[in-house]
Design a protein around this ligand. Structure first.
Ligand SMILES: NC(=O)c1ccc[n+]([C@@H]2O[C@H](COP(=O)([O-])OP(=O)(O)OC[C@H]3O[C@@H](n4cnc5c(N)ncnc54)[C@H](OP(=O)(O)O)[C@@H]3O)[C@@H](O)[C@H]2O)c1
Length: 277
């Protein structure tokens, strides 16, 4: 049995679908099973913390998603170990690299989780993806209502990674031997600017979409209303650093899955429904 946390998220959902398709027993953990819409082949269980051991009964592997303020992680790891889990695959971040700003809140979150996993006594594999292609959903409300996307840093370049490519690597790390102690850096196959991403979404939708750049300090709070102010400053600083800089591009998805990572245009084709009314 493989337990998957964050099972309704971008990566977790893709992973649950893959494991069900592969015929593997999978337990999908979610705070809201009633709204989760997970595949019938998965055992969907409410994520609750008063009896964490019950979450992992019969499980030998764990896919672990962490979020800001993830002070539940050590408790979950201890419960998993006590229940018989032997290997955890952690969804970390490419922000963990030598020379990184260790005070950046996203770095702190993932470095803390990696340390907690290392300290857990479980065998581990870290997945360190760069920017998710799914971040483009930030523009969905605007794209549903018009052809102009207002955003920051039109020329910021990234190599967005398809969530199902991350899930495909997670699947191999969970099912195959040889990934224990490895940290896999995952990216998409090519660099694309924000302007290019919006154009690709437009192409997939059969529409001519344009990106209009706004000044980040003024527009940041409006464009990212759910990001806490401290985090927003760090986020905008990260975006600024992506202008005029070539993003890291790895071949890890192909090396591990045997299939190259999908370009952003393919992600856009796969997700047109998310941009339509
Ligand atoms: N976006 C990027 O570019 C990027 C890049 C590198 C790494 N990452 C990392 O990848 C992770 C995000 O992965 P994702 O996009 O697959 O996840 P996601 O879609 O943001 O969310 C995963 C699921 O976690 C659950 N969740 C949300 N907040 C929670 C909380 N406070 N406590 C417990 N459960 C919570 C929700 O499910 P339920 O409501 O069903 O419980 C949600 O569907 C983060 O750790 C992020 O830092 C992201």
């Amino acid at each position: 049995m493989i337990a998957v946390t964050g099972a309704t998220g971008n990566v977790g959902r893709a992973l649950v679908e893959r494991l069900v398709t592969a015929g593997r027993p999978v337990r999908a953990l979610t705070r809201g099973p009633e709204r989760a819409r997970l595949p019938a082949g998965a055992e969907t269980v409410r994520l609750q913390y008063d009896d964490p051991a019950a979450l992992f009964e019969g499980a030998t592997k764990l896919f672990l998603y962490v979020q800001a303020g993830g002070d539940r992680t050590p408790g979950l790891l201890a419960a998993a170990r006590a229940a018989g889990v032997r290997h955890v695959v952690l969804l970390s971040s490419a922000i963990i690299e030598p020379g990184a700003d260790e005070t950046h809140p996203i770095h702190v979150m993932h470095a803390t989780a990696e340390r907690q996993v290392r300290d857990s006594g479980l065998a581990w594999t870290f997945l360190r993806p760069g920017a998710f292609a799914a971040n483009a959903f930030q523009w969905a409300p605007q794209i549903r209502t018009g052809d102009t996307v207002r955003g920051v840093f039109a020329d910021a370049r990234s190599a967005p990674v398809h969530e199902d490519d991350i899930a495909a690597v997670a699947e191999r790390a969970l099912l195959d031997d040889g990934h224990e102690g490895a940290a896999h850096r995952l990216t998409g196959p090519e660099a694309v600017t924000n302007t290019g991403q919006v154009a690709a979404i437009g192409h997939a939708l059969g529409r001519d979409l344009r990106f209009t750049e706004l000044p980040p300090d003024e527009a940041g709070p409006e464009l990212f209303p759910h990001v806490p102010p401290g985090m927003l400053t760090a986020l905008l600083k990260s975006f600024a650093a992506m202008v005029g800089t070539a993003p890291e591009i790895t071949d890890t998805v192909r090396e591990i899955t045997g299939r190259p990572a999908r370009p952003f245009a393919a992600w856009a084709e796969d997700h047109t429904a998310g941009f339509r009314n």
